[in-house]
Design a protein. Structure first.
Length: 380
């Protein structure tokens, strides 16, 4: 099914995802899709349709029940049925459509793709976008059967090799391109800042989905710890998710609702970042978060928990990295930076400079993916 493209030409790539819902993984896949198509390649999306992609946005979208292969699929027998159905549908499609390679994002589509491609001579790459530490071993078992395992951070690559058992020869670190932010006028930024501040003094922003991974419950505890000594701090969370009602109730129970606002999903996150003084991310796990780079682009320091690639993004010049779940350390880092204007402004300047590095430039990053695709397809 795959043809030799090692000398160049145009590729047909199947980009697979568990489901194309709101989030950083979908953003990465769609940005890569758009860049590859801009170079003349054909890209087909496959997986379970959701908010950001499906048959209504992609005429040749390959609709697969991969969502139900993951934990959302219910009982083990039900999930195994979804594995079989997804693999059968994909194999039938692969026999009818020439593809040069499959790129699966996450373990569920990787499992399905590996079953479906047997005997068809189609290379498979799988990207690890981060997971709970307890899942690294199971991910490694699935990913090891692929031809190439991609991850955006060196720390994640180390985890996959040491914990997941992925052969180092199969591992490749490729970053995530982050598009430059759209322009915002000074008047827009100032108006939003006044609205977010109210009668406060500093705005601390978190941009994240409201779910267990992002540790918003930890953020709430940190807010409760800080506002007694720093009543002028105003915390805002931009994003929505399955835990929204639960987290709002927790904020009320902890008595922080006057200092912490849940904004829901916002259409212009860069505007909110520019209107803030500091970015705060309290995740339990990550690979390489887009949002930290977006904070750098907005020219604000970042405080984040030490999840895999986070430690490759933040150093003492642009913010602070703190232990996962450590409320005291989170509070101390935030208050240290916001309590020293000279330090905060120096970090803001350094963050803006860091955002301009090649490693975050979408064109540079996506070109590395294209080179990797050509090399992998050439082995077909």
């Amino acid at each position: 099914m795959a043809k030799d493209t090692s000398a160049g030409g145009r590729l047909h790539v199947l980009e697979m995802q568990t489901q194309f819902g709101v989030g950083g993984i979908t953003r990465h896949v769609l940005a890569l899709r758009d860049w590859m198509r801009g170079q003349g390649h054909r890209v087909t999306l496959g997986g379970t349709p959701a908010a950001w992609a499906g048959p209504e946005t992609e005429p040749d979208f390959l609709d697969l029940p991969t969502k139900y292969v993951s934990g959302e699929g219910g009982s083990l027998p039900a999930r195994l049925f979804s594995v079989g159905k997804s693999a059968w549908l994909l194999r039938r499609w692969l026999k009818r459509n020439r593809v040069d390679l499959i790129h699966a994002h996450e373990s569920a589509p990787a499992l399905v793709a590996n079953l479906a491609r047997r005997g068809l001579n189609i290379p498979l790459a799988v990207t690890y976008h981060g997971s709970e530490p307890s899942r690294i071993t199971s991910f490694g078992g699935i990913a090891s059967k692929a031809d190439l395992v991609i991850t955006p951070s060196h720390r994640s690559a180390e985890d996959l090799a040491k914990i997941g058992g992925v052969p180092e020869a199969k591992l490749k670190v490729l970053g995530l391109g982050v598009a430059p932010p759209p322009p915002d006028t000074e008047a827009e930024v100032a108006e939003l800042r006044r609205e977010l501040l109210g009668d406060g003094e500093r705005v601390i922003i978190t941009v994240a989905r409201l779910e267990h991974q992002k540790g918003i419950d930890v953020l709430i505890e940190a807010v409760a710890r800080m506002i007694g000594d720093h009543p002028g701090f105003r915390f805002v969370v931009a994003g929505d998710g399955v835990d929204e009602a639960k987290l709002a109730a927790m904020a009320r129970d902890r008595g922080v609702e006057t200092h912490l606002r849940f904004l829901g999903r916002v259409n212009r996150p860069h505007l909110y970042l520019r209107a803030s003084d500091l970015f705060l991310l309290t995740s339990r796990w990550e690979a390489l978060p887009f949002t930290i780079v977006e904070a750098f682009q907005a020219g604000i320091p970042a405080v984040a928990t030490a999840c895999s690639g986070v430690v490759e993004l933040i150093d003492d010049e642009v913010g602070a990295v703190v232990p996962i779940g450590d409320v005291e350390a989170i509070a101390a880092a935030v208050t240290r930076i916001l309590g020293d204007d000279r330090l905060r402004l120096a970090m803001a300047k350094a963050a803006l400079g860091k955002s301009k590095l090649d490693r975050f430039d979408p064109d540079w990053v996506h070109r590395q993916f294209e080179k990797t695709y050509f090399a992998l397809a050439g082995h077909g």
